[in-house]
Design a protein around this ligand. Sequence first.
Ligand SMILES: O=C(O)CCC(=O)C(=O)O
Ligand SMILES: [Fe+2]
Length: 230
Amino acid sequence: MPASASLVRSSGPAEAEAARSRFSTDGYALLPGLLTTEGLQVLRQEALRLEQDARRRDFRMASMGDSPRHMTTLGGQVIARESALVRALYGDPVLRGVVAAVTGERPVSVPDVLERHVLNILHCRGDTHGAHTDDYPYALVLFIEAHLAPADGGLLEYVPRAAALTDLDTDKARTAHHRAGDAYLLRSDTTAHRVAPLTRPQVCRTVLNFAYTSHTAIPRATPSARELYG
Ligand SMILES: O=C(O)CCC(=O)C(=O)O
Ligand SMILES: [Fe+2]
């Protein structure tokens, strides 16, 4: 396995400062090209291997305003067992340094392995990861496959400083487009967010979501993770 430091690019001071400032005002920060060319290649292979164990999910989530889930997922408990690479990357000091620089807090592994690192795959027209907030404060989302132009759907939609899911349908909502190799950090427990439906067939959006908590976070558990990844 390659040293995980070679998989992730650490940012320069100006870039880190821009991300920190954006995160503190909006609860969102883009980390463009966080994965190195090698990192993207290695994680792509790993995701393709892990995808074989992933499960199709099509339901509405009652605890999140009945928002839809049409996606294929693999939970952290399987990934922890099957992927030394993802386990190592989740704990990688360079990656955690990026999270600490942007959030201003030292990231701590979430206690529930199911939610620690998950794989989310959208690959059919209409696939969507509907409105929700996460159980833990920080989500670092790494883009593994993103064969998408903005018009193809799959945009992240989020509402800065608002946890009410209904705000996603107002003009308070923002959108963000990402390419393979990009990442973003989201203040995911207090920022309503969702992924817009794919509008075309033969496009694909695969992400790895790393959840982190902090020593100051108030523990909160909803049934949502077990419904989507259990
Ligand atoms: O795919 C994304 O951009 C969002 C993922 C997400 O919100 C989650 O896994 O909780
Ligand atoms: Fe989320």
